[in-house]
Design a protein around this ligand. Structure first.
Ligand code: UDP
Length: 358
């Protein structure tokens, strides 16, 4: 029996892990144990995903949240250490770039357990982003680097990973699998966009620290969205942290704010929107999966292929750039597309890789 411990803690990780669990369940002699660090704990940011994505229930919940970066990562490590020592996994699997990713990888490698990093090799080249620090360190200490794009492989090679004893594989992007799988389910449920009576609308999300911790950035983005809302409805499922900051600073939003939605509803909102404005990593690609242009409210992105091919524009928090890009994209349709993110079989490829050496 091969034992795999999957460490997850944040919304996008639940979505990615759901697909991996399905692929692992198809294989005999695999025992996957899910550890939820507790980083996202709100029902709307956590339990809704486990329920609607039909995920295995985590065997452990570390309940670590609402702490500063150092305290959070450290506390997760403290809680993970005895757990890994007693479970003795063949692999510890981590996803993406959160504190849960780093804590999982660092605890495992220090105890001599092998780490597989899903979404390896992504770089924004901005070390001010906590996510960038988490990615770089996690990649460096992982034995198996599962890269979502050719660019990610290229990034690792440029950093000399060819000379290390790790294995790098371009598996495609597991989020593409999730988008394909769950959008068929979305089609069967009552459409949220219909329930909200939406026709043409911009789907917007903001949650990244560079926008929420910097009030001026946040205010400029909200100003831009207020202006755009006069021309086309803006709908924002709002991240709890962003909501708290908006309320604390009495920032006025003239567009529609709704609570965070589940993934099935989110897919429906993406499919039916006119365009996407976001600082989310995942949403930039989901826009592309569903043929929507994306305005990225950041100065850099890890998904550079979308910008290089005109599907995505980086505006940061520059009001003029946001509004100009909105006018540029609002009546355009995406034509032929490239398969930047694989073929929707990423979870299967990852499961095969995990079982290869054991
Ligand atoms: N998402 C969701 N409900 C929401 C907002 C986002 O299900 O209200 C999904 C979104 O479709 C994507 C993932 O959450 O799959 C992205 O998560 P987030 O933006 O929090 O993180 P990032 O991708 O930036 O790491």
């Amino acid at each position: 029996m091969i034992k795999i411990i999957t460490v997850i803690g944040a919304r996008p990780q639940f979505i990615k892990a759901a697909m991996l669990s399905k692929a692992l369940q198809k294989r005999s002699k695999v025992n996957e144990i899910i550890v939820h660090t507790g980083q996202h704990y709100d029902d709307k940011m956590s339990s809704v995903f486990f329920e609607e994505l039909n995920m295995p229930v985590p065997k452990y919940n570390l309940e670590v949240n609402n702490l500063s970066h150092g305290a959070m990562t450290g506390q997760m490590m403290i809680n993970l250490e005895p757990l890994l020592l007693s479970e003795k996994p063949d692999w510890v699997v981590v996803f993406g770039d959160t504190n849960s990713t780093l804590a999982g990888a660092l605890t495992a490698v220090k105890l001599g357990f092998k780490v597989a990093h899903i979404e390896a090799g992504l770089r924004s080249n901005n070390l001010n982003m906590p996510e960038e620090i988490n990615r770089i360190i996690t990649d460096r200490i992982s034995q198996l680097l599962l890269c979502p794009t050719l660019k990610a492989i290229h990034n690792l090679k440029q950093e000399g990973f060819d000379n290390l004893t790790c294995r790098m594989v371009n598996t495609g992007d597991i989020m593409y699998d999730a988008a394909i799988h769950y959008s068929t389910q979305a089609a069967k449920t009552k459409s949220l966009s219909k329930k909200l009576n939406l026709s043409k609308y911009v789907l917007a999300t903001i949650h990244r620290a560079e926008n929420t911790d910097n009030i001026e950035h946040l205010m400029r983005i909200i100003d831009a969205l207020n202006i755009i809302n006069k021309e086309m409805k803006v709908l924002m499922p709002i991240h709890p942290r962003t909501h708290q900051i908006i309320q604390q600073n009495n920032i006025v939003c003239h567009f529609e704010l709704i609570e965070p939605v589940g993934y099935i509803d989110m897919l429906d909102l993406i499919k039916n929107c006119t365009l996407v404005m976001t600082d989310s990593g995942g949403l930039q690609k989901e826009a592309y999966f569903f043929d929507k242009y994306c305005i990225t409210l950041r100065n850099e992105t890890e998904w550079t292929e979308l910008c290089e091919n005109g599907y995505n524009t980086l505006t940061g928090s520059d009001i003029h750039k946001v509004i100009e890009s909105f006018h540029h994209y609002k009546d355009k349709n995406i034509g032929d597309k490239s398969m930047f993110y694989g073929y929707g079989n990423t979870a299967e490829l990852i499961a095969d890789e995990l079982l290869k050496d054991i």
